[in-house]
Ligand binder design. Structure first.
Ligand SMILES: [Fe+2]
Length: 210
Protein backbone atom coordinates (compact mmCIF):
# COMPACT_ATOMS: atom_id res chain seq x y z
CA UNK A 1 0.00 0.00 0.00
CA UNK A 2 1.34 3.41 -0.89
CA UNK A 3 1.62 5.76 2.04
CA UNK A 4 1.84 9.51 1.72
CA UNK A 5 2.46 11.98 4.54
CA UNK A 6 1.40 15.57 4.33
CA UNK A 7 2.75 17.99 6.92
CA UNK A 8 0.00 20.55 7.21
CA UNK A 9 0.18 24.09 8.62
CA UNK A 10 3.93 24.31 9.19
CA UNK A 11 5.34 26.80 11.69
CA UNK A 12 8.40 28.33 10.04
CA UNK A 13 11.36 29.82 11.88
CA UNK A 14 14.03 31.70 10.00
CA UNK A 15 17.53 31.52 11.48
CA UNK A 16 19.99 33.99 9.96
CA UNK A 17 23.64 34.04 11.01
CA UNK A 18 26.09 36.85 10.36
CA UNK A 19 29.62 35.51 9.76
CA UNK A 20 31.49 35.56 13.13
CA UNK A 21 34.18 37.90 11.75
CA UNK A 22 31.46 40.48 10.98
CA UNK A 23 29.34 39.76 14.04
CA UNK A 24 32.08 40.57 16.56
CA UNK A 25 32.63 44.24 15.55
CA UNK A 26 28.92 44.74 14.80
CA UNK A 27 27.95 43.45 18.25
CA UNK A 28 30.66 45.52 19.96
CA UNK A 29 29.16 48.66 18.40
CA UNK A 30 25.60 47.63 19.26
CA UNK A 31 26.64 46.87 22.81
CA UNK A 32 28.25 50.32 23.15
CA UNK A 33 25.07 51.99 21.95
CA UNK A 34 22.88 49.87 24.23
CA UNK A 35 25.20 50.68 27.16
CA UNK A 36 24.64 54.39 26.53
CA UNK A 37 20.90 53.81 26.97
CA UNK A 38 21.00 51.43 29.94
CA UNK A 39 23.74 52.94 32.09
CA UNK A 40 23.57 53.25 34.99
CA UNK A 41 21.73 49.98 35.53
CA UNK A 42 18.35 50.26 37.26
CA UNK A 43 18.00 48.49 40.57
CA UNK A 44 15.86 45.56 39.41
CA UNK A 45 14.97 42.60 41.65
CA UNK A 46 16.98 39.40 41.22
CA UNK A 47 15.49 37.23 38.46
CA UNK A 48 14.02 40.20 36.56
CA UNK A 49 14.96 41.23 33.07
CA UNK A 50 14.44 44.68 31.68
CA UNK A 51 14.21 46.48 28.38
CA UNK A 52 15.16 49.70 26.67
CA UNK A 53 12.48 51.94 25.11
CA UNK A 54 10.85 50.34 22.05
CA UNK A 55 12.04 52.93 19.53
CA UNK A 56 15.56 51.76 18.68
CA UNK A 57 14.61 51.53 14.97
CA UNK A 58 14.07 55.30 14.93
CA UNK A 59 17.51 56.11 16.37
CA UNK A 60 20.41 56.89 13.99
CA UNK A 61 22.80 54.90 16.19
CA UNK A 62 20.86 51.73 15.27
CA UNK A 63 20.50 52.50 11.55
CA UNK A 64 22.71 49.58 10.47
CA UNK A 65 20.76 47.20 12.67
CA UNK A 66 17.47 48.53 11.31
CA UNK A 67 18.73 47.96 7.78
CA UNK A 68 19.66 44.38 8.69
CA UNK A 69 16.14 43.76 10.01
CA UNK A 70 14.57 45.26 6.89
CA UNK A 71 16.71 43.14 4.55
CA UNK A 72 15.94 40.00 6.56
CA UNK A 73 12.21 40.82 6.63
CA UNK A 74 12.18 41.22 2.87
CA UNK A 75 13.77 37.83 2.38
CA UNK A 76 11.23 36.23 4.73
CA UNK A 77 8.38 38.00 2.91
CA UNK A 78 9.69 36.62 -0.39
CA UNK A 79 9.79 33.13 1.08
CA UNK A 80 6.15 33.54 2.17
CA UNK A 81 5.20 35.15 -1.14
CA UNK A 82 3.77 38.22 0.65
CA UNK A 83 6.33 40.78 -0.49
CA UNK A 84 3.61 42.69 -2.39
CA UNK A 85 2.45 43.94 1.04
CA UNK A 86 5.21 46.17 2.45
CA UNK A 87 6.07 45.63 6.09
CA UNK A 88 7.37 48.10 8.66
CA UNK A 89 9.10 47.75 12.00
CA UNK A 90 6.55 48.63 14.68
CA UNK A 91 8.86 48.24 17.68
CA UNK A 92 12.49 47.47 18.41
CA UNK A 93 14.09 47.20 21.83
CA UNK A 94 17.00 45.63 23.68
CA UNK A 95 16.48 43.01 26.40
CA UNK A 96 18.97 42.69 29.22
CA UNK A 97 18.89 39.46 31.21
CA UNK A 98 21.39 39.58 34.08
CA UNK A 99 22.40 36.29 35.73
CA UNK A 100 19.29 34.47 37.06
CA UNK A 101 16.89 36.60 34.97
CA UNK A 102 14.35 34.89 32.73
CA UNK A 103 11.58 35.97 30.38
CA UNK A 104 8.19 34.27 30.86
CA UNK A 105 6.06 32.83 28.05
CA UNK A 106 4.50 35.40 25.74
CA UNK A 107 3.76 36.23 22.14
CA UNK A 108 3.74 39.55 20.25
CA UNK A 109 0.14 40.64 19.49
CA UNK A 110 -0.83 42.94 16.61
CA UNK A 111 2.14 42.01 14.46
CA UNK A 112 2.78 39.52 11.65
CA UNK A 113 6.41 38.62 12.30
CA UNK A 114 8.69 39.06 15.27
CA UNK A 115 12.36 38.48 15.72
CA UNK A 116 15.34 38.62 17.98
CA UNK A 117 19.04 39.23 17.41
CA UNK A 118 21.75 38.19 19.86
CA UNK A 119 24.34 40.75 20.91
CA UNK A 120 25.83 38.89 23.87
CA UNK A 121 25.10 35.41 25.21
CA UNK A 122 26.81 33.72 28.20
CA UNK A 123 28.53 30.37 27.64
CA UNK A 124 25.64 28.60 29.34
CA UNK A 125 23.00 30.09 27.03
CA UNK A 126 20.07 30.11 27.67
CA UNK A 127 18.34 29.21 24.40
CA UNK A 128 15.07 30.61 23.11
CA UNK A 129 12.26 28.09 23.72
CA UNK A 130 9.21 27.96 21.45
CA UNK A 131 6.01 26.22 22.57
CA UNK A 132 3.99 23.87 20.42
CA UNK A 133 0.97 25.89 19.21
CA UNK A 134 -1.12 22.74 18.71
CA UNK A 135 -3.66 22.09 21.48
CA UNK A 136 -2.91 18.39 21.95
CA UNK A 137 -1.56 17.23 25.30
CA UNK A 138 -0.96 13.67 24.13
CA UNK A 139 2.72 13.18 23.42
CA UNK A 140 3.94 9.64 24.05
CA UNK A 141 7.68 9.41 24.58
CA UNK A 142 9.30 7.93 21.50
CA UNK A 143 12.86 7.91 22.77
CA UNK A 144 13.78 10.79 20.52
CA UNK A 145 12.23 14.22 20.16
CA UNK A 146 11.07 15.27 16.73
CA UNK A 147 8.95 18.14 15.42
CA UNK A 148 6.08 15.64 15.22
CA UNK A 149 6.24 14.56 18.87
CA UNK A 150 7.84 17.42 20.87
CA UNK A 151 5.77 20.04 22.68
CA UNK A 152 8.57 22.62 22.72
CA UNK A 153 11.63 23.41 20.66
CA UNK A 154 14.86 25.16 21.63
CA UNK A 155 16.68 27.46 19.28
CA UNK A 156 20.24 28.16 20.27
CA UNK A 157 21.04 31.80 21.06
CA UNK A 158 24.34 32.68 19.40
CA UNK A 159 25.90 36.15 19.10
CA UNK A 160 25.34 37.34 15.53
CA UNK A 161 22.23 35.18 15.06
CA UNK A 162 18.81 36.51 14.16
CA UNK A 163 15.67 34.41 14.58
CA UNK A 164 12.42 35.49 12.92
CA UNK A 165 9.14 33.76 13.75
CA UNK A 166 5.37 34.24 13.45
CA UNK A 167 4.28 36.76 16.10
CA UNK A 168 1.59 34.42 17.44
CA UNK A 169 4.12 31.71 18.36
CA UNK A 170 4.53 31.61 22.12
CA UNK A 171 8.07 31.52 23.51
CA UNK A 172 10.13 32.11 26.62
CA UNK A 173 13.72 32.47 27.77
CA UNK A 174 14.81 30.28 30.72
CA UNK A 175 16.87 31.61 33.58
CA UNK A 176 20.32 32.92 32.71
CA UNK A 177 22.62 30.43 34.44
CA UNK A 178 25.76 32.21 33.23
CA UNK A 179 27.82 34.84 34.99
CA UNK A 180 27.37 37.63 32.43
CA UNK A 181 24.41 39.51 30.96
CA UNK A 182 22.49 38.06 28.04
CA UNK A 183 21.71 40.95 25.68
CA UNK A 184 19.39 40.70 22.71
CA UNK A 185 17.47 43.07 20.46
CA UNK A 186 13.85 42.21 19.67
CA UNK A 187 11.64 43.63 16.97
CA UNK A 188 8.14 43.38 15.54
CA UNK A 189 7.04 43.67 11.92
CA UNK A 190 3.56 44.41 10.59
CA UNK A 191 2.11 45.16 7.16
CA UNK A 192 2.21 48.92 6.65
CA UNK A 193 -1.17 49.24 4.88
CA UNK A 194 -2.88 46.00 5.67
CA UNK A 195 -6.47 47.34 5.74
CA UNK A 196 -6.05 49.20 2.44
CA UNK A 197 -4.27 46.45 0.55
CA UNK A 198 -5.07 43.05 1.98
CA UNK A 199 -8.21 42.97 4.12
CA UNK A 200 -10.98 43.49 1.55
CA UNK A 201 -13.08 40.46 0.50
CA UNK A 202 -11.46 38.36 -2.21
CA UNK A 203 -14.72 36.90 -3.55
CA UNK A 204 -17.04 38.42 -6.12
CA UNK A 205 -20.70 39.08 -5.37
CA UNK A 206 -23.22 37.01 -7.30
CA UNK A 207 -26.90 37.70 -7.90
CA UNK A 208 -29.07 36.95 -4.89
CA UNK A 209 -26.17 37.00 -2.38
CA UNK A 210 -25.96 39.45 0.45
FE1 LIG B 1 9.34 37.69 22.62
Amino acid sequence: MKQQVRELFPTPLWVLDIPPSDAAPFNAKLRDEIEKIISPRPNVPSGSNWQTPHDLHTRPAFADFTKLVEISARSVAQFLNVERYPMMITGCWANINPPSAYHPTHNHPNNYLSGVYYVAVPEAGPDLIFQDPRPSLIMPWTGKLSPLTANASAEQAVPGRMIIFPSWLRHHVPSNEGTSERISISFNLMFRNFAETAASPRWKATAGQE
